[in-house]
Design a protein around this ligand. Structure first.
Ligand code: UT7
Length: 331
């Protein structure tokens, strides 16, 4: 059974960070054969943020984590665990989470990375909640952070128009109110790992002149296959949600989907029988930021009063692995 229900855990604070540099569609038109019209129509994206040359994933993650701690009015030294969800870590090891720990001064935490690509934040939140309800930790910083621009081939128009950099973080704590994690379902299918991956740089294909020459250190995306699988898997998750969770779709105040493609998100709302306004979207301004996209969107939704304490929010994700998941939180 890959679902869990009614864990007394709350989001005590949330923070976000995006780098300053904007890569808009007009600039991409100068780099590859594409057009603003095509990109907007097929993805909904108008611009993305790109990390500065001296910034890596840990720097973005640390900024978001500090914002979440300020939001919760909670000292870094009291953090019990730091989980960084990323598929664009600073290094193979040490973990990006350990680097974040040093930057923010969370000296009493245990720290590790979690790799579930675009589903990372959802998997990480489930794990953080489990650490808290099992008694292993009293509070957990869960951070989704990516600098996918570093692994993007800016000669491949099929993928380079999609991705942007950023980070979002939540501080999870035991809930003493109605806030709770109501439901989570997660899944994976490793037999489809080839449709979205970075082939070289690991133990299978060690970095070499040849791997660089062939561009195997860049992200490879079979866009159409990923699109179809994402629509079908996320559709199944949404359709089975009421029966599995016991929550009526009409009681959900907001859907925060991974920001992968506006067309995927619109089709999800249709499958759920909900209006397209039910889904929060900031893909136009940030593009696809992989594991960072859900916490970035949630932080904005809260800041803009689209998500309030007591509301039920549905998180949905699909990504490389392939991995997927749905999660219901009473915020
Ligand atoms: O975050 C993890 C999950 N990731 C995703 O969910 C991404 C899922 N995939 C997608 O979002 C879409 O598949 C893309 C946006 C990547 C591509 O859109 P599409 O509607 O699936 O296009 P396509 O790959 O089927 O290509 C349609 C046409 C092709 O031309 P022909 O063969 O019909 O002449 C492509 O060569 O569009 C062409 N094309 C482009 N044209 C202008 C592909 N990319 C571009 C481009 N600009 N950037």
């Amino acid at each position: 059974m890959n679902s869990l229900c009614h864990l007394p855990v709350k989001i005590a604070g949330i923070g976000a960070y995006v780098p300053d540099e904007v890569l808009d569609n007009a600039r991409l038109e100068q780099m590859v054969e594409t057009s603003d019209e095509w990109i907007v129509k097929r993805t909904g994206i108008r611009q993305r943020r790109i990390a500065a040359p001296d910034q890596a994933t840990s720097d973005l993650a640390a900024e978001a984590a500090q914002a979440a701690l300020r939001n919760a009015d909670f000292p870094a030294k009291d953090v019990d665990a730091v989980i960084v969800c990323t598929c664009s870590p600073d290094h193979i090891f040490p973990s990006t989470a350990c680097l974040v720990q040093a930057q923010i001064g969370a000296g009493n935490a245990f720290c590790y990375d979690l790799q579930a690509a675009c589903s990372g934040f959802l998997f990480g939140t489930a794990q953080g909640a489990s650490l808290i309800t099992s008694g292993i930790a009293e509070n957990v910083l869960v951070i989704g952070a990516e600098t996918l621009s570093r692994f993007t081939d800016y000669t491949d128009r099929g993928s380079c128009i999609l991705f942007g950099d950023g980070a979002g973080a939540v501080l999870l704590k035991k809930s003493d109110s109605e806030s709770e994690l109501l439901f989570a379902e997660m899944g994976s299918d490793g037999s489809r790992s080839g449709i979205l991956n970075i082939n070289a740089g690991g133990a299978r294909n060690v970095a070499s002149e040849e791997t660089v020459r062939e561009g195997l250190h860049y992200m490879h995306l079979d866009g159409r296959d990923v699109f179809k699988l994402a629509v079908s898997k996320l559709g199944e998750l949404v359709e089975s949600l009421p029966a599995k969770s016991g929550v009526d779709m009409n009681d959900i105040s907001l859907i925060i989907p991974h920001q992968s493609n506006e067309r995927i998100i619109r089709s999800l709302c249709q499958r759920a029988g909900l209006s397209e306004d039910s889904a929060f979207m900031n893909i136009d301004m940030l593009g696809n930021t992989s594991a960072a996209s859900i916490p970035l969107a949630m932080e904005q939704a809260i800041r803009e009063d689209q998500l309030q304490r007591g509301d039920i929010v549905l998180l949905l994700a699909f990504g490389g692995g392939v991995t997927w998941g749905s999660m219901l939180l009473r915020y």
